[in-house]
Design a binder for this molecule. Structure first.
Ligand SMILES: *Cc1c(COP(=O)(O)O)cnc(C)c1O
Length: 458
């Protein structure tokens, strides 16, 4: 087979700025050892997130010019609405400025004290919005999904047995909805199988609980289904997406992921009464229902992006470029979540730095070193992002995994950029004995990873 090439030509370029190692050591110290606080200009290859970092196509940029900025009834809204509906099949399509705005609206209405919302794994903003409403966010990921070294095709699946037991123990009346995150971002960008979607859906129907998708990476998930699940190899990605959404009652979406835009999101649902409540809240917090916190041009770009993302040449290149980085670092012995997920490589910091305990944030240590070594910016997904303190003993309660995510922006970097990243990761791995743990010197009460400050442990 021939090399899988980037399925696009480059029409516009943005220079990146080189820094020296000495400069980066100072920059990192000034940022409190938190890459979120580094100026992007000081980063060479930015793998902090795949969110809102996509390169838009020439047609999306043309859509930006063509966007209709009418306050009410903009033609860009109707193009957006039909593009979303073509994929989800839902009746009510509500634009929001990001995924979390859709979450905030949904959980303000369905959440609240005494409620529980299960998911395979809640993403951090989803969890925060649920907890902010007073409800509890519950993760019921399948067992294999919790073991980075175990290979399986669908490590993002919900544990069906645990879900049914949870429903029985908690009571249907306390579970306003069940969610499924496709692909499972916090669990390594791992896909959910169509069979699992069907099983979760059947269980939800049995107990009469609505099922919502956290649909940020629906197209990447569908591509994995096409490649890995029997019976789907000859279906188009669009057909697979449509089938998946047909098993649910709605979705929250960050268009900053699989809609290939820099800002946007939506809430998509079928229940008319709930949709009306959501729209009323939307008007208070986001804007009129035909723009919902976005400009007409943004809606136009989302509509175009949703058409482009289900293109199978694009998805083949997308999934392969992530896998390519994974293969390179694994060949050098670097422990990662295997097999690689769709949008990112997740380094297993527990195996990378077995001598640094979770209370000294091994993931943060790797993230800092990647920046110093090569100006590569990654993010910790472990005890910094998800750590909590025991209410009585104030001891740190760590999540099951300590990970470092190298998220790959869509259509932004070429193969040589990715080769360079692999070289940096491998260099840091070779020097792993010299890495130190970190302690937190400042933290906010919620979503602390965005603003926390650290210092190396002596
Ligand atoms: C990014 C993301 C969100 C939140 O979307 P924003 O647009 O960043 O607000 C929710 N869930 C998952 C799985 C995500 O990846």
């Amino acid at each position: 087979m021939k090399t899988i090439i980037e399925p696009f030509k480059i029409k516009s370029v943005e220079p990146i700025r080189f820094t020296t190692k000495e400069e980066r050591i100072k920059i990192l110290e000034k940022a409190g050892y938190n890459p979120f606080l580094i100026h992007a200009d000081d980063v060479l290859i930015d793998l902090l997130t795949d969110s809102g970092t996509s390169a838009m196509s020439s047609k999306q940029w043309a859509g930006i010019m063509d966007g209709d900025e009418a306050y009410a009834g903009s033609k860009s809204f109707f193009r957006f609405e039909s593009a979303v509906r073509k994929i989800t099949g839902d009746k009510f399509i509500i634009p929001t400025h990001q995924g979390r705005a859709a979450e905030k609206i949904l959980f303000s209405i369905l959440g609240g004290p005494g409620k529980y919302i299960p998911n395979n794994t809640h993403f951090d903003t989803t969890r925060a919005n649920i907890e902010f409403s007073g409800a509890e966010a519950v993760d019921l990921l399948c067992e294999v999904g919790k073991h980075p070294e175990q290979k399986a095709d669908f490590k993002g699946n919900m544990d069906i047995e645990k879900l049914e037991n949870f429903i029985k123990e908690t009571g249907v009346e306390n579970i306003p909805l069940v969610m499924l995150t496709v692909t499972n971002n916090s669990g390594g960008g791992q896909p959910v199988s169509m069979q699992n979607v069907k099983d979760v859906s059947a269980l939800c129907k049995k107990y009469n609980i609505p099922l919502f998708f956290d649909a940020c990476r629906f197209a990447e998930n569908a591509y994995f289904i096409k490649k890995r699940e029997k019976g789907y190899e000859n279906k188009s990605v669009l057909e697979i997406c449509q089938e998946m959404f047909s098993y649910g009652d709605g979705a929250t979406m960050s268009a900053k992921k699989d809609a290939l835009v820099n800002i946007g999101g939506f809430l998509s649902l079928n229940d008319e009464e709930l949709a009306m409540k959501c729209r009323n809240l939307l008007i208070v917090t986001e804007g009129f229902p035909t723009y919902g916190g976005l400009a007409g041009r943004d809606l136009e770009a989302v509509a175009q992006g949703l058409e482009e993302v289900v293109d199978e040449h694009y998805l083949q290149y997308r999934i392969r470029s992530t896998e390519y980085l994974g293969e390179k670092v694994v060949a050098a012995g670097v422990p990662i979540i295997e097999p690689p997920g769709g949008h990112a490589i997740y380094i297993d910091a527990k195996r990378f730095l077995p001598n640094i305990s979770p209370s000294q944030y091994p993931g943060q240590s790797i993230v800092c070193e990647l920046y110093i070594e090569g100006g590569v910016r990654a993010v910790e997904i472990g005890s910094v992002m998800f750590g909590k303190y025991d209410k009585k003993t104030s001891e740190l309660i760590s999540p099951p995994m300590e990970l470092v995510r190298l998220a790959i922006p869509r259509r932004v970097y070429t193969q040589s950029h990715i080769d360079f990243v692999a070289e940096v990761v491998i260099e840091v791995y070779k020097n792993r004995d010299k890495l130190k743990g970190y302690e937190i010197t400042y933290e906010a009460p919620m979503l602390r990873h965005f603003t926390a400050k650290f210092k190396p442990v002596k």
